[in-house]
Write a protein that binds this ligand. Structure first.
Ligand code: UD1
Ligand code: UDP
Length: 353
């Protein structure tokens, strides 16, 4: 099949990596990068580290309002699809690049495959929630990581065919885990020689667009007496400056540039705990047996909460502080998101699509 894979934001490069590997040899894949993420450490680094095919197109769309960004992506993607006439279009996750790709594929009657279908936070104020719902209802083939996601899709009455495969991010992690511990020198570069540190990431619109929430997060993180390493998303760095919080945050936390995937996996693997508002990091923590504290009011990855490996704390200083002070590592861990062989299943499903 002629497959057009649409990516644009950091987590999508990582999700596309195992799928591209599985498609290789079976299908003819063309990768389109929308340009939603463009800083070298949010984009190029992943193409250098992981064997994802070099994008045949980079649409260079960049940042903007949701409408502006999504609209410009749609116009550019329409030309690409006209030129490539793909049999199948793959979109990943829940970003504006996902939605733009889904809308254009649906209007052009290409078969649309949505990888990571059926996730819901229940929070309709989240931009990602609009993107997921719309994409799931446009998709012809829905690749769901869990049975729960399958049930959600059935309950919503989606029109496409639904397949449960497990999580492709688990595949990605298993591919790089050993390489990460061999190659990454970041922990020693940072002077961290034990597991006595917390890793933290923050980028969610709901946290960065609200001064009180971001201040609560910084204060909560700063309350622990071990180092807190924060590879900072540019959006969060800008927000900290805008709210006059950067200096304090920079004094109390170990703020570093965003890091590549190998360095990130190595940092996460070694951390005593991770505090995050990321979707990907919540489950990578779970795969690596690192307890997670999620600085949001709700999550799409509820089973990690149910089994005790993840704790929801919102953006409240004292809740974050209490959760960081009490590191609970449950004695057991269920297999929630498949066996790390999701991507080959995706390739099989595409062969039949
Ligand atoms: C996007 C996704 C989010 C995903 C995240 C992964 C949407 C609506 N949001 O959020 O679901 O979790 O990516 O990281 O699609 N910026 C830079 N350099 C870059 C990219 C962005 O400086 O390379 C700054 C710009 O100021 C930009 C802001 O970050 O306005 C937000 O970027 P954007 O792509 O709109 O959303 P993210 O917050 O990255
Ligand atoms: N990640 C990374 N470097 C960083 C922070 C995160 O490589 O500095 C990786 C992380 O391992 C995960 C993905 O980026 O695979 C998560 O992306 P992000 O948190 O930006 O997006 P989300 O998953 O919330 O959509």
């Amino acid at each position: 099949k002629r497959v057009l894979s649409i990516v644009g934001a950091r987590p999508q490069f990582i999700k596309a990596f195992p799928v591209s590997r599985a498609l290789d040899g079976e299908h003819q894949e063309t990768v389109v990068h929308t340009g939603q993420h463009y800083d070298a450490m949010l984009s190029d680094v992943f193409f250098e580290e992981l064997d994802i095919p070099e994008p045949a197109y980079n649409l260079g769309v960049g940042s903007g309002s949701h409408a502006d960004q999504t609209g410009r992506m749609m116009i550019e993607l329409d030309s690409v699809m006209a030129a490539e006439s793909p049999d199948v279009v793959i979109v990943y996750g829940d970003t504006n690049s996902t939605l733009a790709g889904a809308l254009v594929a649906a209007k052009r009657s290409a078969s649309l495959v949505h990888v990571e279908a059926g996730l819901r936070s229940g929070n309709r104020a989240m931009p990602e929630e609009h993107n997921r719902i719309a994409t799931d209802h446009l998709a012809d083939v829905l690749i769901a990581p869990t049975e729960r996601a399958v049930e959600t899709l059935r309950a919503e009455g989606v029109g496409g065919e639904v397949h449960e495969t497990g999580d492709v991010m688990y595949d990605a992690l298993l591919y790089v885990r050993n390489r990460a511990s061999e190659l990454s020198t970041l922990r020693s570069d940072l002077g961290i020689d034990s597991t006595e540190y917390v890793l933290a990431t923050i980028h969610r619109a709901g946290n960065t667009n609200d001064r009180d929430r971001l201040a609560g997060i910084v204060e909560g993180l700063a309350s622990v007496d071990i180092p807190v390493v924060v590879p900072i998303h540019p959006r969060t760095e800008q927000a900290l400056h805008e709210y006059g919080l950067f200096e304090t945050a920079n004094e109390q936390l170990t703020i570093i540039e965003p890091v590549g995937y190998l360095d990130f996996v190595h940092l996460l693997d070694g951390a005593a705990l991770v505090a995050t508002d990321s979707g990907g990091v919540q489950r990578e923590a779970f795969y690596l047996d690192t307890p997670c504290v999620t600085m949001r009011d709700e999550t799409e990855w509820v089973q990690t909460i149910d089994c005790g490996w993840n704790t929801l704390v919102g953006a409240d200083r004292s809740r974050i502080s209490r959760a960081l002070a009490r590191i609970d590592t449950p004695a057991t861990k269920p297999q929630l998101y498949g066996n790390g062989q999701a991507a080959p299943r995706v390739a099989e499903v595409i062969a039949d699509a």
